[in-house]
Design a protein. Sequence first.
Length: 129
Amino acid sequence: MSQDDLPRPDGLETPNRVPMLAVALFALIAVILALTLSLRSSLAESGTKPDETLSGTPVRMATARAEEGLADVEARLQRFEQVLEVVRSKQERLAGALAVQLTQDESAETPTAPHKTAIDISSSEPTSG
């Protein structure tokens, strides 16, 4: 229950209060409307059209910024392509090295000649004489 809902001690009714936000919004709209009308009347008095008051400078500035941005993107793309080429060449070298290693491992697994792993102790003993 708000303070406005409580009865007043003097017996009078409380008037309806308009929220402050609505008043502020109304005032803001009125100011914007007044500025718009003032601008239109000043343009009508001077005889210029709104398009004539704008120079080409903002458009040129925006175009220059867009071209700088495009140049930056193109430079980044070129660097990316260079890095990608380096990665691809390293990948090809690693794939070749892996193929060589796999070939060597496969040839090592298939024995071509029996290996002499045990030492014949009887033939290496000195004979006493």
